[in-house]
Design a protein around this ligand. Structure first.
Ligand code: C5P
Length: 222
């Protein structure tokens, strides 16, 4: 028998994690946030003063670091070895440098190995940038979520404000556009829609509508 695998890719802040988490929960699958893995490594490197341009140093750090994702109610906690870094990895300094870390081929190779392993014995909904193209090319369903930069910046802005976090809409727009640029122009597995992925533009859709759309796609394919 085979495990169900759902791949959800797309640019920064396109709603991937919210939607992926909901679908995993509804279908009883495990949610894997691969961006959190790159973020955790970035956080650890920054904290340990490891040069994020030094691929070999990063790889060595990664090889000595266990990154685990644990389910916590609807959300997911991220652990570096035994330390809960769920909040830390969302800091701006991590968000604005993670694309540099994620561009190193050897770092990606190790991350992809770990991600494939997570899907070996479980049905998963995995979100990221290269899930449908590289990590799980045989996924049952592949989704590519997009939304305008303006819409994504506004969603993030609202989210920040609701959490009482300082937020600058213009800066968010710039940061999102820059991360998209870096993620889609790198040499190794850039952000790109898989040929067999279904593209969904979420600009004018609610979370509920996106979740329903994907669930009905899944039901036609399984
Ligand atoms: O999904 P999230 O925005 O948290 O991802 C953070 C960063 O990690 C992305 O901007 C990208 O540079 C990197 N990433 C990646 N491949 C993945 C997931 C994330 O390169 N599968």
């Amino acid at each position: 028998t085979h495990n169900v695998t759902i791949a959800i890719d797309g640019p920064a802040s396109s709603g991937k994690s919210t939607v992926a988490r909901r679908i995993a929960d509804d279908l009883g699958l495990i949610y894997v946030d691969t961006g959190a893995m790159y973020r955790a490594l970035t956080f650890e490197a920054l904290r340990k003063n490891v040069n994020i341009k030094d691929e070999n140093a990063l790889l060595k750090l990664l090889e000595n670091t266990e990154i685990s994702l644990k389910k916590r109610n609807m959300a997911q906690s991220v652990y570096l070895n035994d330390e809960d870094v769920t909040e830390d990895i969302r800091q701006n300094n991590v968000t604005n440098t993670v694309s540099i870390v994620a561009a190193h081929p050897l770092v990606r190779e190790e991350m992809v190995t770990r991600q494939k392993k997570l899907a070996e014995n479980n049905g998963v909904v995995m979100d990221g940038r290269d899930i449908g193209t590289v990590v799980l090319p045989d996924s049952d369903v592949k989704i590519f979520l997009v939304a305008s930069v303006m819409e994504r910046a506004e969603r993030r802005h609202k989210e920040n404000r609701s959490k009482g976090i300082y937020s600058d809409l213009e800066q968010l727009k710039k940061d999102i556009a820059e991360r998209d640029y870096k993620d889609s122009t790198r040499d190794t597995s850039p952000l790109k829609q898989a040929e067999d992925a279904v593209r969904i533009d979420t600009t004018k859709l609610s979370i509920e509508e996106v979740v329903e759309k994907i669930k009905s796609l899944i039901s036609t394919k399984l």
